[in-house]
Write a protein that binds this ligand. Structure first.
Ligand SMILES: NC(=O)c1ccc[n+]([C@@H]2O[C@H](COP(=O)([O-])OP(=O)(O)OC[C@H]3O[C@@H](n4cnc5c(N)ncnc54)[C@H](O)[C@@H]3O)[C@@H](O)[C@H]2O)c1
Length: 322
């Protein structure tokens, strides 16, 4: 018997219980988060399979990873040889089965939608090797619920990376109700191995990061809606007064207002508490297609190629809603 594959599940399947056994990591979704996760694993010597339904997303992701590695190169954080090695570790796939057939760890980072993630996990469960650990980068969807759609809920875990992944140190690790201790231990060690700081939490709506962050953002939006202060004042007070690197309204634009709304809805429904009800202004902006950076306008207006922070005309009059 192998000395590393020693964890027996109830079905007698050997599940990986040492990071030395993780050679191939498959990442599903090549968007903002997916390409960052691929970057970090490839740079740390893993074979990485990057999977997306859209070939264009895969091409764009390879372009982004190359650009971000070039930036590390110019700062002396990476050598040309390390960059070439890391890029050679990445293979792209549009077919899920091909991309995960020899994976030891799968990290799902597709669009934040419950239906989509449940469907993807059913497919992964069917197509991935029995020993593989199945992780999700979801911001808010229940790990227990995702795990319950597989035949191996003990091997399902949350690995919540932060944006931008190559820069941000934290990985919030979320135990589903059924996640085994051994799986948590492997993911904890792996997170440290790739140079990140793991923090383990349990599966409650919003986990810790978004349970605390999102109500603050929502309160900032409610304050704006009530005319307590303007965009500039709210963001300046939180930046200079609380030493936050970015004000909550700018951060909401960066995360995406659609994502913020969907996380508030998860908190509101999950706890059944009115204190998590999304701000009406947030719901209206999302309904109207004002998503923040990704759509070009939210609380601020974004122009391609410009880094200047310009408040959206809708909020330029500070007494707009007073
Ligand atoms: N953006 C953030 O700041 C952030 C931070 C932490 C966690 N997350 C979470 O990470 C996940 C991804 O978010 P994102 O911001 O990278 O989204 P994104 O919209 O940038 O990328 C999602 C990608 O998933 C792909 N996709 C959709 N369906 C797919 C499928 N069936 N198979 C394979 N690929 C598929 C899309 O083509 C797209 O390229 C979400 O769960 C989100 O909540 C996001």
């Amino acid at each position: 018997m192998s000395d590393v594959l020693t964890q027996d599940t109830m079905d007698g399947i050997k599940v990986i219980n040492s990071i030395n056994e993780i050679k191939t990591v498959s990442v599903i979704g090549a968007g903002t988060m997916g390409n960052g996760i691929v970057h970090v694993f490839a740079q740390n010597g893993f074979k990485v399979h990057m999977i997306d339904i859209a070939q264009a997303a895969l091409d764009k992701a390879i372009g982004n990873i190359t650009k971000n590695m070039d930036r590390q190169l110019s700062k002396g954080a990476l050598t040309e040889e390390q960059k070439e090695k890391a890029l050679a570790n990445i293979t792209t796939f549009t077919d899920l089965g091909e991309g995960i057939q020899d994976a030891d760890l799968i990290i799902e980072a597709a669009t934040e939608s419950i239906d989509l993630k449940l469907r993807i996990f059913k497919d992964i469960d069917r197509l991935a090797p029995a020993h593989a650990i199945l992780a999700t980068n979801t911001s808010s969807i229940s790990i227990t619920r995702i795990g319950s759609h597989t035949s191996r809920p003990g091997q399902v875990i949350g690995m919540h990376f932060m944006n931008p992944v190559p820069v941000m140190k934290l990985v919030e690790i979320i135990n589903g109700y059924a996640t085994t201790k051994e799986v948590t231990k492997v993911i904890h060690e792996l997170t440290a191995f790739i140079g990140k700081v793991p923090c383990v939490v349990n599966d409650y709506p919003g986990f810790i990061a978004n349970r605390i962050l999102m109500p603050m953002i929502n309160e900032a939006i409610t304050s704006l809606q009530e005319g307590v202060a303007g965009v500039e004042e709210i963001d300046t007070i939180m930046k200079l007064g609380m030493a936050h690197p970015m004000g909550p309204l700018q951060l909401a634009d960066f995360i995406g207002l659609d994502t913020c709304l969907s996380i508030m809805n998860v908190l509101h429904m999950g706890f059944g508490n009115q204190k998590y009800a999304p701000a009406t202004l947030l719901a209206n902006m999302v309904q109207a297609g004002y998503y923040g950076v990704k759509s070009g306008e939210g609380f601020y207006k974004y122009t391609a190629g410009s880094k200047e922070l310009v408040i959206s005309e809708r909020f330029a009059d500070k007494r707009w809603n007073a």
